[in-house]
Write a protein of this length. Structure first.
Length: 275
């Protein structure tokens, strides 16, 4: 049995294609694609949690019949966490549960489900994740509060490992230490300027590895220690982009074979490619 999570499908809502720049020619194509994604993943014994805005549109007989047909077409136990567009006729569909919020345990991890993003929630201090929708493409979330809406997940439901993978790439909420003092996420300091760096979101800073300075994310060599960089750096020192830029010039960079550096875009590209 798998728990699947999604938000904001907006079945039947033609204007959402324009509002959120969804890649569909019309609402029928959008509805069919999202329904196909549900059916391709969710199995009869699974739980599907929809964090609000299941369907939007005129509540006439034709609309209600179309929505009911889509509801009946995807498998699994269906749970609705109410959003701002879920009218009474949506709530009256034969859901397995309808709640304002849900607090569930999946593979040992506490998940707090709400249509809206939150700064803190029950279990937040002990590694719980908060999952939300509502904001569509406007904001992916933070380290422990993750947007699960269809607009940033290729219109498909997702599982906890996928959520945890994305959470690891997101920054810590800048208000976290204010609302949950004494429960800080781990940090590291730049060896030169002592700026606080996030060791989990490593894109943009670098590590000392033996005689090299490498990109923390993928180990690509930036420069050799002692060639534009002081020799007093020690193994695993972190350096921020500002300090790296202040010490290195173009002549100090170690470029991949067959690449050239293009200053106007601040990156190296293959020698045979136009900038």
């Amino acid at each position: 049995m798998t728990h699947w999570v999604t938000a904001d499908p907006h079945f039947g809502h033609a204007n959402i294609i324009r509002f959120c720049n969804r890649p569909f020619p019309d609402v029928e194509a959008m509805d069919a694609h999202i329904l196909e994604q549900y059916r391709a993943r969710v199995r009869p014994g699974d739980d599907l949690w929809i964090l609000g805005d299941f369907a939007v549109g005129k509540s006439n007989g034709t609309q209600r019949a179309a929505v009911r047909a889509m509801f009946d077409a995807f498998p699994g136990r269906k749970h609705l966490v109410l959003g701002n567009h879920d009218r009474p006729w949506i709530r009256d569909l034969p859901w397995d549960s309808v709640t304002q919020i849900a607090d569930i345990l999946v593979d040992g991890r506490r998940l707090f489900l709400c249509h809206y993003p939150m700064i803190t929630w029950p279990g937040a201090r002990r590694g719980g994740l908060q999952l939300f929708g509502h904001v569509h493409r406007n904001w992916p979330g933070t380290r422990n509060s993750v947007n699960v809406g269809v607009d940033i997940w290729d219109f498909r439901p997702i599982t906890l490992p996928e959520i945890e993978g994305r959470a690891a790439t997101l920054p810590v909420n800048r208000h976290w230490d204010e609302v949950e003092p004494g429960c800080a996420f781990p940090t590291v300091l730049c060896a030169w300027c002592s700026a606080t760096l996030d060791p989990q979101t490593v894109f943009g800073h670098a590590l000392v590895r033996s005689d090299r300075l490498v990109v923390a994310q993928d180990g690509t060599t930036i420069a050799r220690i002692g060639v534009g960089l002081p020799r007093d750096l020690t193994e695993d020192d972190h350096l921020c982009p500002e300090c790296i830029g202040g010490h290195l010039s173009l002549g100090h960079l170690t470029l991949p074979a067959g690449h050239r550096y293009v200053e106007k875009i601040n990156r190296s590209i293959p020698e045979d490619r136009e900038a």
